[in-house]
Design a protein around this ligand. Structure first.
Ligand code: NAD
Length: 482
Protein backbone atom coordinates (compact mmCIF):
# COMPACT_ATOMS: atom_id res chain seq x y z
CA UNK A 1 0.00 0.00 0.00
CA UNK A 2 1.34 3.47 -0.86
CA UNK A 3 2.15 5.50 2.22
CA UNK A 4 2.47 9.31 2.11
CA UNK A 5 6.24 8.78 2.32
CA UNK A 6 6.44 6.87 -0.94
CA UNK A 7 3.80 8.91 -2.74
CA UNK A 8 5.37 10.05 -5.99
CA UNK A 9 5.24 13.66 -7.13
CA UNK A 10 5.38 14.59 -10.80
CA UNK A 11 5.49 17.86 -12.70
CA UNK A 12 5.19 18.90 -16.32
CA UNK A 13 8.29 18.69 -18.49
CA UNK A 14 8.35 21.82 -20.63
CA UNK A 15 11.39 23.31 -22.37
CA UNK A 16 13.70 21.04 -20.42
CA UNK A 17 12.30 22.17 -17.05
CA UNK A 18 10.10 20.41 -14.51
CA UNK A 19 7.27 22.85 -13.84
CA UNK A 20 4.07 23.15 -11.87
CA UNK A 21 0.92 23.67 -13.95
CA UNK A 22 0.31 27.38 -14.43
CA UNK A 23 -2.97 27.00 -12.54
CA UNK A 24 -1.11 25.34 -9.64
CA UNK A 25 -3.66 22.48 -9.84
CA UNK A 26 -2.65 18.85 -9.33
CA UNK A 27 -4.40 15.49 -9.65
CA UNK A 28 -3.91 12.02 -8.17
CA UNK A 29 -3.39 8.64 -9.73
CA UNK A 30 -4.20 5.47 -7.78
CA UNK A 31 -2.41 2.18 -7.36
CA UNK A 32 -4.90 -0.24 -8.97
CA UNK A 33 -3.83 -3.06 -6.64
CA UNK A 34 -4.90 -1.15 -3.53
CA UNK A 35 -7.08 1.72 -4.82
CA UNK A 36 -4.84 3.97 -2.69
CA UNK A 37 -3.40 7.24 -4.06
CA UNK A 38 -0.05 6.60 -5.69
CA UNK A 39 1.16 9.73 -7.49
CA UNK A 40 0.44 13.41 -7.23
CA UNK A 41 0.76 15.03 -10.65
CA UNK A 42 0.70 18.55 -12.07
CA UNK A 43 -2.58 19.06 -13.95
CA UNK A 44 -1.63 20.55 -17.31
CA UNK A 45 -4.19 22.61 -19.19
CA UNK A 46 -4.38 25.00 -22.13
CA UNK A 47 -1.75 27.55 -20.97
CA UNK A 48 0.70 24.70 -20.26
CA UNK A 49 0.05 23.17 -23.67
CA UNK A 50 0.63 26.60 -25.24
CA UNK A 51 3.97 26.85 -23.42
CA UNK A 52 4.98 23.32 -24.44
CA UNK A 53 4.07 23.90 -28.10
CA UNK A 54 5.95 27.20 -28.07
CA UNK A 55 9.05 25.55 -26.64
CA UNK A 56 8.80 22.76 -29.24
CA UNK A 57 8.45 25.30 -32.06
CA UNK A 58 11.54 27.12 -30.82
CA UNK A 59 13.51 23.83 -30.75
CA UNK A 60 12.41 22.64 -34.20
CA UNK A 61 14.93 24.46 -36.36
CA UNK A 62 17.92 23.20 -34.39
CA UNK A 63 16.66 19.62 -34.07
CA UNK A 64 15.51 19.23 -37.67
CA UNK A 65 18.85 20.51 -38.93
CA UNK A 66 20.94 18.43 -36.51
CA UNK A 67 23.14 15.97 -38.41
CA UNK A 68 20.93 12.86 -38.78
CA UNK A 69 23.78 10.66 -37.49
CA UNK A 70 23.86 12.74 -34.32
CA UNK A 71 20.07 12.46 -33.96
CA UNK A 72 20.49 8.69 -34.20
CA UNK A 73 23.25 8.71 -31.58
CA UNK A 74 21.07 10.67 -29.16
CA UNK A 75 18.15 8.29 -29.67
CA UNK A 76 20.48 5.37 -29.00
CA UNK A 77 21.65 7.03 -25.78
CA UNK A 78 18.00 7.49 -24.73
CA UNK A 79 17.49 3.74 -25.26
CA UNK A 80 20.57 3.07 -23.11
CA UNK A 81 19.29 5.28 -20.28
CA UNK A 82 15.88 3.57 -20.38
CA UNK A 83 17.60 0.17 -20.13
CA UNK A 84 19.78 1.33 -17.21
CA UNK A 85 16.61 2.39 -15.37
CA UNK A 86 14.51 -0.57 -16.49
CA UNK A 87 13.77 -2.03 -13.05
CA UNK A 88 12.82 1.32 -11.54
CA UNK A 89 10.62 2.27 -14.52
CA UNK A 90 8.93 -1.13 -14.53
CA UNK A 91 8.09 -0.87 -10.85
CA UNK A 92 6.66 2.62 -11.34
CA UNK A 93 4.60 1.37 -14.29
CA UNK A 94 3.27 -1.52 -12.24
CA UNK A 95 2.29 0.78 -9.38
CA UNK A 96 0.66 3.29 -11.76
CA UNK A 97 -1.07 0.88 -14.13
CA UNK A 98 -1.47 -2.37 -12.14
CA UNK A 99 0.12 -4.70 -14.68
CA UNK A 100 2.41 -7.53 -13.50
CA UNK A 101 6.07 -6.63 -13.17
CA UNK A 102 7.12 -9.05 -15.93
CA UNK A 103 4.78 -7.23 -18.32
CA UNK A 104 5.96 -3.79 -17.20
CA UNK A 105 9.54 -4.97 -17.79
CA UNK A 106 8.55 -6.00 -21.33
CA UNK A 107 6.93 -2.63 -21.96
CA UNK A 108 10.00 -0.71 -20.80
CA UNK A 109 12.26 -2.93 -22.91
CA UNK A 110 9.95 -2.32 -25.90
CA UNK A 111 10.18 1.43 -25.32
CA UNK A 112 13.99 1.21 -25.38
CA UNK A 113 13.80 -0.90 -28.54
CA UNK A 114 11.66 1.75 -30.29
CA UNK A 115 14.35 4.36 -29.62
CA UNK A 116 17.07 2.00 -30.87
CA UNK A 117 15.12 0.88 -33.91
CA UNK A 118 14.30 4.44 -35.02
CA UNK A 119 17.82 5.64 -34.15
CA UNK A 120 18.88 3.46 -37.06
CA UNK A 121 16.44 5.25 -39.40
CA UNK A 122 17.59 8.78 -38.59
CA UNK A 123 20.24 8.84 -41.35
CA UNK A 124 18.28 6.70 -43.83
CA UNK A 125 15.30 8.93 -44.50
CA UNK A 126 15.60 10.05 -48.10
CA UNK A 127 13.57 10.73 -51.19
CA UNK A 128 13.64 9.42 -54.76
CA UNK A 129 14.75 10.73 -58.08
CA UNK A 130 12.05 10.65 -60.72
CA UNK A 131 12.86 10.32 -64.43
CA UNK A 132 11.12 13.05 -66.40
CA UNK A 133 12.43 14.01 -69.83
CA UNK A 134 16.13 14.85 -70.36
CA UNK A 135 15.33 18.52 -69.77
CA UNK A 136 14.48 18.03 -66.12
CA UNK A 137 16.01 16.86 -62.88
CA UNK A 138 13.29 15.81 -60.49
CA UNK A 139 13.70 14.52 -56.96
CA UNK A 140 11.80 14.28 -53.70
CA UNK A 141 12.83 15.22 -50.17
CA UNK A 142 11.18 13.83 -47.05
CA UNK A 143 10.85 16.60 -44.52
CA UNK A 144 9.64 16.42 -40.91
CA UNK A 145 6.16 17.72 -40.12
CA UNK A 146 7.29 20.11 -37.37
CA UNK A 147 5.59 20.13 -33.96
CA UNK A 148 3.96 16.76 -33.37
CA UNK A 149 1.55 15.76 -30.61
CA UNK A 150 1.33 12.26 -29.13
CA UNK A 151 -1.81 11.46 -27.14
CA UNK A 152 -1.28 8.21 -25.26
CA UNK A 153 -3.69 5.72 -23.61
CA UNK A 154 -3.27 4.08 -20.19
CA UNK A 155 -3.02 0.43 -21.17
CA UNK A 156 0.59 0.34 -22.48
CA UNK A 157 1.91 3.73 -21.39
CA UNK A 158 5.68 3.26 -21.74
CA UNK A 159 5.42 1.03 -24.80
CA UNK A 160 3.18 3.44 -26.72
CA UNK A 161 5.27 6.42 -25.61
CA UNK A 162 8.25 4.82 -27.39
CA UNK A 163 6.16 3.76 -30.36
CA UNK A 164 4.73 7.25 -30.94
CA UNK A 165 7.66 9.46 -29.97
CA UNK A 166 10.80 7.69 -31.24
CA UNK A 167 9.94 7.81 -35.00
CA UNK A 168 8.84 11.44 -34.65
CA UNK A 169 12.20 12.48 -33.20
CA UNK A 170 14.20 10.29 -35.60
CA UNK A 171 12.57 12.07 -38.54
CA UNK A 172 13.51 15.49 -37.12
CA UNK A 173 10.18 16.45 -35.55
CA UNK A 174 9.73 17.91 -32.09
CA UNK A 175 7.11 16.49 -29.74
CA UNK A 176 4.55 17.34 -27.08
CA UNK A 177 3.23 14.25 -25.30
CA UNK A 178 -0.03 14.02 -23.37
CA UNK A 179 0.01 10.78 -21.35
CA UNK A 180 -3.24 9.31 -20.01
CA UNK A 181 -4.41 10.81 -16.73
CA UNK A 182 -4.51 7.32 -15.16
CA UNK A 183 -0.84 6.57 -15.96
CA UNK A 184 1.26 9.70 -16.52
CA UNK A 185 4.31 8.74 -14.48
CA UNK A 186 6.65 6.93 -16.87
CA UNK A 187 6.16 9.52 -19.63
CA UNK A 188 7.68 12.19 -17.37
CA UNK A 189 10.42 9.77 -16.30
CA UNK A 190 11.39 8.86 -19.86
CA UNK A 191 11.27 12.55 -20.81
CA UNK A 192 13.79 13.28 -18.05
CA UNK A 193 16.02 10.42 -19.21
CA UNK A 194 15.93 11.82 -22.75
CA UNK A 195 17.25 15.15 -21.45
CA UNK A 196 19.99 13.30 -19.54
CA UNK A 197 20.88 11.55 -22.79
CA UNK A 198 21.54 14.90 -24.46
CA UNK A 199 18.22 15.64 -26.19
CA UNK A 200 18.05 19.44 -26.43
CA UNK A 201 15.47 21.21 -24.24
CA UNK A 202 12.12 21.69 -25.95
CA UNK A 203 12.50 18.80 -28.42
CA UNK A 204 10.39 16.55 -26.16
CA UNK A 205 7.82 18.01 -23.78
CA UNK A 206 5.42 16.07 -21.55
CA UNK A 207 2.16 17.61 -20.35
CA UNK A 208 0.17 15.30 -18.06
CA UNK A 209 -3.46 16.26 -17.51
CA UNK A 210 -7.02 15.33 -18.36
CA UNK A 211 -8.18 14.54 -21.87
CA UNK A 212 -10.82 17.26 -22.05
CA UNK A 213 -8.25 19.81 -20.81
CA UNK A 214 -4.64 19.20 -21.86
CA UNK A 215 -5.61 16.62 -24.52
CA UNK A 216 -8.22 18.82 -26.21
CA UNK A 217 -5.92 21.87 -26.06
CA UNK A 218 -3.16 19.89 -27.76
CA UNK A 219 -5.17 18.26 -30.54
CA UNK A 220 -6.81 21.57 -31.46
CA UNK A 221 -3.65 23.66 -31.23
CA UNK A 222 -3.10 25.62 -34.47
CA UNK A 223 0.70 25.33 -34.22
CA UNK A 224 0.67 21.54 -34.02
CA UNK A 225 1.55 20.01 -37.40
CA UNK A 226 0.82 16.34 -36.73
CA UNK A 227 -1.22 14.40 -34.17
CA UNK A 228 -0.72 10.76 -33.29
CA UNK A 229 -3.69 9.62 -31.22
CA UNK A 230 -4.00 6.21 -29.60
CA UNK A 231 -7.17 5.52 -27.65
CA UNK A 232 -10.89 4.86 -27.97
CA UNK A 233 -13.08 5.43 -31.03
CA UNK A 234 -15.26 8.23 -29.56
CA UNK A 235 -12.22 10.21 -28.39
CA UNK A 236 -10.44 9.51 -31.68
CA UNK A 237 -13.35 11.02 -33.59
CA UNK A 238 -13.22 14.16 -31.42
CA UNK A 239 -9.45 14.44 -31.77
CA UNK A 240 -9.68 13.89 -35.53
CA UNK A 241 -12.30 16.60 -35.92
CA UNK A 242 -10.38 19.15 -33.90
CA UNK A 243 -7.13 18.41 -35.75
CA UNK A 244 -8.86 18.74 -39.10
CA UNK A 245 -10.24 22.16 -38.09
CA UNK A 246 -6.62 23.29 -38.48
CA UNK A 247 -5.97 20.91 -41.42
CA UNK A 248 -3.47 19.16 -39.17
CA UNK A 249 -2.12 15.78 -40.23
CA UNK A 250 -3.66 13.18 -37.89
CA UNK A 251 -3.55 9.43 -37.49
CA UNK A 252 -5.79 7.41 -35.25
CA UNK A 253 -4.91 4.12 -33.55
CA UNK A 254 -8.22 3.00 -32.05
CA UNK A 255 -9.94 0.01 -30.49
CA UNK A 256 -10.69 -3.51 -31.61
CA UNK A 257 -12.90 -6.58 -31.18
CA UNK A 258 -10.61 -9.02 -32.83
CA UNK A 259 -11.54 -12.52 -34.02
CA UNK A 260 -9.39 -15.52 -33.14
CA UNK A 261 -10.34 -18.56 -35.26
CA UNK A 262 -9.63 -22.17 -34.30
CA UNK A 263 -10.03 -24.95 -36.89
CA UNK A 264 -9.94 -28.69 -36.09
CA UNK A 265 -6.65 -29.17 -37.97
CA UNK A 266 -4.80 -26.72 -35.68
CA UNK A 267 -2.25 -27.69 -33.04
CA UNK A 268 -4.81 -27.37 -30.25
CA UNK A 269 -2.31 -27.14 -27.38
CA UNK A 270 -0.55 -24.24 -29.07
CA UNK A 271 -3.92 -22.66 -29.94
CA UNK A 272 -5.04 -22.86 -26.29
CA UNK A 273 -1.90 -21.11 -25.10
CA UNK A 274 -2.14 -18.47 -27.81
CA UNK A 275 -5.85 -17.89 -27.13
CA UNK A 276 -5.22 -17.51 -23.41
CA UNK A 277 -2.49 -14.94 -24.01
CA UNK A 278 -4.53 -13.12 -26.65
CA UNK A 279 -7.31 -12.21 -24.22
CA UNK A 280 -5.89 -12.39 -20.70
CA UNK A 281 -2.53 -10.62 -21.18
CA UNK A 282 -2.68 -7.20 -19.48
CA UNK A 283 -6.06 -8.28 -18.05
CA UNK A 284 -7.56 -7.97 -21.53
CA UNK A 285 -6.73 -4.27 -21.70
CA UNK A 286 -5.04 -4.54 -25.08
CA UNK A 287 -6.35 -2.96 -28.29
CA UNK A 288 -5.35 -6.09 -30.21
CA UNK A 289 -6.83 -8.57 -27.70
CA UNK A 290 -8.40 -11.68 -29.25
CA UNK A 291 -11.71 -10.98 -27.56
CA UNK A 292 -13.89 -13.07 -29.93
CA UNK A 293 -12.99 -16.76 -30.09
CA UNK A 294 -14.54 -18.38 -33.17
CA UNK A 295 -14.20 -22.14 -32.79
CA UNK A 296 -15.23 -24.93 -35.16
CA UNK A 297 -18.13 -27.06 -33.87
CA UNK A 298 -16.08 -30.30 -34.15
CA UNK A 299 -13.50 -29.14 -31.61
CA UNK A 300 -15.57 -26.68 -29.65
CA UNK A 301 -16.06 -28.82 -26.52
CA UNK A 302 -12.55 -30.22 -26.36
CA UNK A 303 -10.94 -26.85 -27.04
CA UNK A 304 -13.04 -25.05 -24.46
CA UNK A 305 -12.36 -27.74 -21.82
CA UNK A 306 -8.62 -27.35 -22.32
CA UNK A 307 -8.84 -23.55 -22.33
CA UNK A 308 -10.92 -23.45 -19.13
CA UNK A 309 -8.44 -25.76 -17.43
CA UNK A 310 -5.63 -23.39 -18.37
CA UNK A 311 -7.62 -20.34 -17.22
CA UNK A 312 -8.07 -21.92 -13.77
CA UNK A 313 -4.27 -21.86 -13.47
CA UNK A 314 -3.98 -18.11 -14.11
CA UNK A 315 -2.77 -16.34 -10.99
CA UNK A 316 -4.44 -12.99 -10.28
CA UNK A 317 -2.73 -10.71 -7.79
CA UNK A 318 -1.10 -7.30 -7.28
CA UNK A 319 1.31 -6.54 -10.12
CA UNK A 320 4.24 -6.28 -7.68
CA UNK A 321 3.68 -9.96 -6.74
CA UNK A 322 4.33 -10.73 -10.42
CA UNK A 323 1.27 -12.89 -11.11
CA UNK A 324 0.08 -13.88 -14.57
CA UNK A 325 -2.68 -11.24 -14.40
CA UNK A 326 -3.00 -8.04 -12.38
CA UNK A 327 -5.94 -5.73 -11.59
CA UNK A 328 -7.73 -3.44 -14.04
CA UNK A 329 -6.33 0.06 -14.26
CA UNK A 330 -8.99 2.12 -12.49
CA UNK A 331 -12.32 2.16 -10.72
CA UNK A 332 -13.95 3.43 -13.91
CA UNK A 333 -12.59 0.50 -15.92
CA UNK A 334 -13.56 -1.91 -13.13
CA UNK A 335 -17.14 -0.63 -13.24
CA UNK A 336 -17.25 -0.81 -17.01
CA UNK A 337 -16.04 -4.43 -17.07
CA UNK A 338 -18.34 -5.57 -14.26
CA UNK A 339 -21.29 -4.09 -16.19
CA UNK A 340 -20.27 -6.27 -19.13
CA UNK A 341 -20.16 -9.30 -16.81
CA UNK A 342 -23.79 -8.54 -15.89
CA UNK A 343 -24.65 -8.02 -19.55
CA UNK A 344 -23.00 -11.34 -20.50
CA UNK A 345 -25.13 -13.13 -17.90
CA UNK A 346 -28.26 -11.49 -19.37
CA UNK A 347 -27.29 -12.38 -22.92
CA UNK A 348 -26.01 -15.98 -22.51
CA UNK A 349 -26.24 -16.98 -18.85
CA UNK A 350 -23.45 -17.97 -16.46
CA UNK A 351 -19.87 -17.83 -17.78
CA UNK A 352 -18.03 -21.17 -18.11
CA UNK A 353 -15.24 -19.77 -15.99
CA UNK A 354 -14.73 -16.60 -13.93
CA UNK A 355 -17.31 -13.85 -13.87
CA UNK A 356 -16.59 -12.52 -10.38
CA UNK A 357 -14.60 -9.70 -8.87
CA UNK A 358 -12.04 -10.52 -6.17
CA UNK A 359 -13.02 -9.88 -2.57
CA UNK A 360 -10.14 -7.50 -1.77
CA UNK A 361 -9.15 -3.88 -2.25
CA UNK A 362 -8.14 -2.86 -5.76
CA UNK A 363 -9.75 -3.43 -9.13
CA UNK A 364 -9.52 -7.19 -9.60
CA UNK A 365 -11.74 -9.18 -11.97
CA UNK A 366 -11.45 -12.90 -12.72
CA UNK A 367 -10.53 -14.07 -16.21
CA UNK A 368 -13.91 -14.85 -17.71
CA UNK A 369 -15.29 -16.85 -20.65
CA UNK A 370 -18.84 -16.67 -21.99
CA UNK A 371 -19.78 -19.54 -24.30
CA UNK A 372 -22.78 -19.80 -26.66
CA UNK A 373 -22.40 -16.21 -27.79
CA UNK A 374 -24.22 -15.08 -30.97
CA UNK A 375 -22.60 -12.56 -33.26
CA UNK A 376 -25.30 -9.93 -32.85
CA UNK A 377 -25.01 -9.83 -29.04
CA UNK A 378 -23.41 -6.80 -27.45
CA UNK A 379 -20.68 -8.90 -25.80
CA UNK A 380 -19.72 -10.03 -29.32
CA UNK A 381 -19.72 -6.55 -30.80
CA UNK A 382 -18.49 -4.07 -28.18
CA UNK A 383 -14.93 -3.62 -26.98
CA UNK A 384 -15.00 -4.60 -23.29
CA UNK A 385 -11.29 -3.94 -22.72
CA UNK A 386 -11.11 -6.42 -19.87
CA UNK A 387 -10.40 -10.14 -19.33
CA UNK A 388 -13.66 -11.30 -20.92
CA UNK A 389 -13.76 -13.73 -23.85
CA UNK A 390 -16.86 -14.34 -26.01
CA UNK A 391 -16.99 -17.76 -27.69
CA UNK A 392 -18.91 -18.25 -30.94
CA UNK A 393 -19.21 -21.62 -32.70
CA UNK A 394 -19.03 -22.01 -36.49
CA UNK A 395 -19.64 -24.81 -39.04
CA UNK A 396 -17.33 -24.06 -41.95
CA UNK A 397 -14.73 -21.71 -43.36
CA UNK A 398 -17.16 -19.42 -45.12
CA UNK A 399 -19.22 -18.89 -41.98
CA UNK A 400 -16.04 -18.38 -39.92
CA UNK A 401 -14.71 -15.67 -42.23
CA UNK A 402 -18.11 -13.93 -42.34
CA UNK A 403 -18.26 -13.95 -38.54
CA UNK A 404 -14.69 -12.65 -38.37
CA UNK A 405 -15.68 -9.62 -40.45
CA UNK A 406 -19.00 -9.07 -38.68
CA UNK A 407 -17.86 -6.21 -36.41
CA UNK A 408 -17.23 -2.53 -36.94
CA UNK A 409 -13.58 -2.89 -35.94
CA UNK A 410 -10.66 -4.20 -38.01
CA UNK A 411 -7.51 -4.01 -35.93
CA UNK A 412 -6.24 -7.60 -35.70
CA UNK A 413 -7.44 -11.05 -36.79
CA UNK A 414 -5.88 -14.42 -36.03
CA UNK A 415 -6.31 -17.97 -37.29
CA UNK A 416 -5.15 -21.33 -35.96
CA UNK A 417 -4.97 -23.93 -38.71
CA UNK A 418 -2.44 -26.16 -40.40
CA UNK A 419 -4.06 -25.65 -43.81
CA UNK A 420 -1.74 -23.19 -45.55
CA UNK A 421 -4.27 -22.31 -48.23
CA UNK A 422 -6.95 -21.55 -45.66
CA UNK A 423 -4.56 -19.40 -43.62
CA UNK A 424 -3.79 -17.26 -46.64
CA UNK A 425 -7.43 -17.11 -47.75
CA UNK A 426 -8.09 -15.74 -44.27
CA UNK A 427 -5.32 -13.15 -44.70
CA UNK A 428 -6.86 -12.17 -48.04
CA UNK A 429 -10.54 -12.07 -47.01
CA UNK A 430 -10.55 -10.69 -43.48
CA UNK A 431 -10.46 -6.93 -42.96
CA UNK A 432 -7.81 -6.13 -40.38
CA UNK A 433 -4.53 -4.26 -40.23
CA UNK A 434 -2.68 -7.25 -38.72
CA UNK A 435 -3.17 -10.94 -39.47
CA UNK A 436 -1.75 -13.59 -37.15
CA UNK A 437 -1.35 -17.17 -38.34
CA UNK A 438 -0.83 -19.74 -35.55
CA UNK A 439 0.33 -16.87 -33.34
CA UNK A 440 -0.88 -13.84 -31.43
CA UNK A 441 0.90 -10.55 -30.63
CA UNK A 442 3.84 -11.45 -32.92
CA UNK A 443 5.86 -8.65 -34.45
CA UNK A 444 7.73 -5.92 -32.68
CA UNK A 445 8.93 -2.48 -33.62
CA UNK A 446 9.50 -3.59 -37.21
CA UNK A 447 5.96 -4.46 -38.28
CA UNK A 448 3.48 -1.78 -39.37
CA UNK A 449 0.51 -1.53 -37.04
CA UNK A 450 -2.89 0.13 -37.41
CA UNK A 451 -6.53 -0.40 -38.12
CA UNK A 452 -9.06 -1.05 -40.85
CA UNK A 453 -12.66 0.14 -40.44
CA UNK A 454 -13.40 1.82 -37.06
CA UNK A 455 -10.02 0.75 -35.68
CA UNK A 456 -8.51 3.86 -37.24
CA UNK A 457 -6.25 4.96 -40.03
CA UNK A 458 -2.57 5.63 -40.49
CA UNK A 459 0.15 3.22 -39.40
CA UNK A 460 2.68 3.22 -36.59
CA UNK A 461 5.77 1.02 -36.19
CA UNK A 462 8.16 -0.04 -38.94
CA UNK A 463 9.02 2.18 -41.88
CA UNK A 464 5.38 3.28 -42.08
CA UNK A 465 5.82 5.42 -38.96
CA UNK A 466 8.64 7.35 -40.65
CA UNK A 467 6.34 7.95 -43.63
CA UNK A 468 3.62 9.15 -41.25
CA UNK A 469 5.98 11.61 -39.55
CA UNK A 470 7.38 13.11 -42.77
CA UNK A 471 5.95 15.00 -45.72
CA UNK A 472 7.16 14.73 -49.30
CA UNK A 473 8.48 17.72 -51.18
CA UNK A 474 8.96 17.30 -54.93
CA UNK A 475 11.68 19.39 -56.55
CA UNK A 476 11.59 19.83 -60.30
CA UNK A 477 14.42 21.68 -62.09
CA UNK A 478 14.56 22.61 -65.77
CA UNK A 479 18.13 21.85 -66.76
CA UNK A 480 17.98 22.50 -70.51
CA UNK A 481 19.19 20.45 -73.43
CA UNK A 482 22.88 21.38 -74.01
P1 NAD B 1 -9.32 7.30 -24.29
O1 NAD B 1 -9.79 7.56 -25.67
O2 NAD B 1 -10.26 7.50 -23.18
O3 NAD B 1 -8.03 8.17 -23.94
C1 NAD B 1 -6.85 8.12 -24.71
C2 NAD B 1 -6.08 9.42 -24.52
O4 NAD B 1 -6.88 10.48 -25.05
C3 NAD B 1 -5.81 9.78 -23.06
O5 NAD B 1 -4.54 10.40 -22.95
C4 NAD B 1 -6.90 10.81 -22.76
O6 NAD B 1 -6.58 11.70 -21.72
C5 NAD B 1 -6.97 11.54 -24.09
N1 NAD B 1 -8.24 12.25 -24.31
C6 NAD B 1 -9.46 12.00 -23.78
N2 NAD B 1 -10.36 12.91 -24.22
C7 NAD B 1 -9.69 13.73 -25.07
C8 NAD B 1 -10.08 14.84 -25.87
N3 NAD B 1 -11.33 15.30 -25.87
N4 NAD B 1 -9.14 15.41 -26.65
C9 NAD B 1 -7.87 14.94 -26.68
N5 NAD B 1 -7.44 13.92 -25.92
C10 NAD B 1 -8.34 13.30 -25.13
O7 NAD B 1 -8.76 5.81 -24.34
P2 NAD B 1 -8.25 4.93 -23.12
O8 NAD B 1 -9.44 4.50 -22.35
O9 NAD B 1 -7.13 5.64 -22.42
O10 NAD B 1 -7.59 3.70 -23.89
C11 NAD B 1 -8.28 2.58 -24.23
C12 NAD B 1 -8.63 2.59 -25.70
O11 NAD B 1 -7.43 2.75 -26.46
C13 NAD B 1 -9.22 1.28 -26.17
O12 NAD B 1 -10.27 1.54 -27.05
C14 NAD B 1 -8.06 0.61 -26.90
O13 NAD B 1 -8.45 -0.34 -27.86
C15 NAD B 1 -7.39 1.79 -27.51
N6 NAD B 1 -5.99 1.47 -27.85
C16 NAD B 1 -5.64 1.37 -29.17
C17 NAD B 1 -4.34 1.01 -29.52
C18 NAD B 1 -3.92 0.90 -30.96
O14 NAD B 1 -2.73 0.88 -31.22
N7 NAD B 1 -4.84 0.80 -31.91
C19 NAD B 1 -3.38 0.78 -28.52
C20 NAD B 1 -3.77 0.90 -27.19
C21 NAD B 1 -5.08 1.25 -26.86
Amino acid sequence: MATPADRQTYDLLVDGELLEAQSGERFETRDPATAEPFADVARGDEPDVDAAVESAEAAFEEWSSTDPQERGRILNRIAGKIRQEQDRLAELETRDNGKPLWHAQNDVETCARYFEYYAGFADKIHGDSIPLTDEYADYTIREPLGVTAQIIPWNLPTNIFGRSVAPALAAGNVAVVKPAEQTPVTAVEVGKLALDAGLPAGVLNVVPGYGHEAGAALSSHPSVDGVSFTGSVPTGIEVGKSALENVTNVHLELGGKSPNLVFPDADLDAAVESTKTSIFANAGQVCSAGSRLLVHEDVHDEFLDRLVQRVHEITVDAGLEDPEMGPLVSEEQFEKVTKYLDLGREEVGEPVVGGETLDRDGYFVEPTIFDGVETDMRIAQEEIFGPVLSVIEFEDEQEAFELANDVEYGLVAGIHTNDVGRAHRFARDVDAGQIYINEWFAGGEETPFGGFKKSGFGREKGLDAIDAYTQTKNVCAYIGRE
